[in-house]
Design a protein around this ligand. Structure first.
Ligand code: THU
Length: 143
């Protein structure tokens, strides 16, 4: 696919996702996830997963980042990078957003939003967000 992000923006997003991973609060699963998003106005937001002793109350890293952006008035996401893996090292595999996060991201995704899953700044995969949630349910579905 033809990316709307340049290499510098990609590298910055991945670096920020890996950095955000260090803020994860995951004492139960020990699976640390970091997400970073680039809003349409050029600002970045980061988030880590926030677990809870009542497991279902856990918030994923992607939603932490989205909620931080939206609570700051940023409603359009150009791109997001996600990095996740067991604590104690760099991610061993690509961590894809869960279904709930895909639905939440869709609400604020730009038409050509890019989603990157990264193990490191040199090892990542890039998608159009709509490839990861085809035929999604959005605001236009409720007209
Ligand atoms: N997790 C995320 O942060 N993002 C996802 O898209 C999938 C899962 C977190 C939730 C939980 O804290 C841990 O990973 C294990 O499921």
């Amino acid at each position: 696919m033809k990316s709307t992000l340049n290499d510098r923006e990609k590298q910055e997003l991945i670096r920020k996702a890996l950095e955000a991973r260090r803020t994860a609060y995951a004492p139960y699963s020990h699976f640390l996830v970091g997400a970073a998003l680039l809003a349409e106005d050029g600002s970045f937001y980061q988030g880590g997963n926030i677990e809870n002793a009542s497991y279902g109350a856990t918030n994923c890293a992607e939603r932490t980042a989205v909620f931080k952006a939206v609570s700051d008035g940023k409603h359009k996401i150009r791109a997001m990078a996600v990095a996740g893996g067991m604590e104690g090292g760099d991610p061993a595999d690509y961590a894809y957003p869960c279904g709930i996060c895909r639905q939440v991201i869709q609400e604020f995704a730009a038409e050509d939003m890019v989603l990157i899953v990264a193990k490191s700044d040199a090892d990542y995969r890039e998608f159009l967000f709509k490839e990861l949630l085809p035929c999604g349910f959005g605001g236009e579905s409720i007209q």
